[in-house]
Design a protein around this ligand. Structure first.
Ligand SMILES: [Zn+2]
Length: 107
């Protein structure tokens, strides 16, 4: 896991507990300095999910075999696409983690 600045340092974010979260390297890389993304259904600029102020289970769920993250909200949808949370590499990893009993996490 890596530390992600929720509000990027390039946009004035500070290195404080409230502004840091753990993120896998893939999500962190694709998030880059984004704080919002265009929602594909509405075309609206939508804030990305904030793990410090929002609950994961309010915005996301797992599909039936727990390999794919599904959106429950516009924030979830924009975040899944921006962070490429269902890219082919992570899908293979989740399949292996599920077989090993490491996935899905308890929320
Ligand atoms: Zn990730």
């Amino acid at each position: 896991m890596t530390y992600d600045h929720i509000q990027p340092r390039s946009k004035g974010g500070e290195t404080t507990f409230e502004n840091l979260c753990l993120a896998c390297p893939s999500c962190n890389e694709f998030k880059a300095d984004s704080t919002a993304a265009i929602d594909i259904l509405t075309g609206e600029t939508t804030p990305l999910f904030n793990p410090r102020t929002q609950r994961w289970s309010d915005n996301f769920t797992w599909n039936s075999d727990a390999t794919t993250v599904e959106d429950l909200t516009i924030i979830g949808r924009a975040t899944i696409i921006c962070l490429r949370m269902n890219n082919p590499v992570i899908l293979v990893a989740r399949r292996r983690w599920t077989i090993s009993g490491w996935h899905p996490p308890n929320d």
